[in-house]
Ligand binder design. Structure first.
Ligand SMILES: [Fe+2]
Ligand SMILES: [Fe+2]
Length: 195
């Protein structure tokens, strides 16, 4: 059985069907972006398929994984353990599917909050997670999809802004790493445009 089939089989037992559809949407967009930016398509596909493995783990289980590894925690992550599902998904990718490539594991771990200095592969999975077609067809999302095929860093910056605006409008807690990711991507986009 191919790795892809194994992952889809595992997902069918561990996440609801709507989430599998999201994951397939992320896979499709990550493959298109990888092709566009000449990033290894196998790595992009694997990271995309595995990015939400731990999405439905209960908070207690996420915290147990985090403490065992250990994944560095902070007060916000302790208060909202759901945010750790990205890091824990990378651990599940390693233990359940034998993924050892650091680039893939990092792209999975960074899909929710991003990380300053992240690789093109990580940028691609980060963007695909927020912008895959199942997320909706609003003018703002369609504009961000277009930007993601024009400049990777500008797209990460503006996708962080989109997420931050949503978090502010809905009165949610903001993890400071989203802001660090946003500031990094903004600076990189400026470098890109000044050659
Ligand atoms: Fe996720
Ligand atoms: Fe996701």
């Amino acid at each position: 059985m191919s790795l892809r089939s194994q992952v889809l089989d595992w997902l069918s037992k561990n996440v609801p069907p709507a989430r599998v559809q999201h994951i397939l949407g992320v896979e499709q967009m990550a493959l298109r972006l990888a092709d566009h930016y000449q990033v290894d398509p196998c790595q992009a596909q694997t990271a995309a398929l595995m990015h939400d493995l731990a999405k439905y783990f209960p908070s207690q289980r996420l915290l147990e994984w985090a403490r065992a590894e250990p994944i560095p925690l902070d007060p916000i992550l302790e208060q909202y353990p759901h945010l750790i599902h990205a890091d824990v998904s990378a651990l599940v990718a390693r233990t359940e599917f034998g993924i050892e490539e650091a680039e893939i594991l990092q792209a999975i771990a960074h899909h929710t909050l991003g990380s300053p200095g992240m690789t093109s592969l990580s940028c691609i999975v980060f963007l695909a997670d927020t912008l895959e077609s199942g997320r909706g067809q609003t003018p703002e999302l369609n504009r961000l999809r277009q930007v993601s095929f024009e400049n990777l860093h500008r797209a990460v910056w503006q996708t962080c802004d989109y997420t931050l605006q949503y978090l502010i409008q809905t009165g949610r807690t903001i993890h400071p790493r989203v802001i660090s990711t946003r500031n990094w991507a903004l600076a990189m986009a400026r470098d890109d445009s000044h050659g």
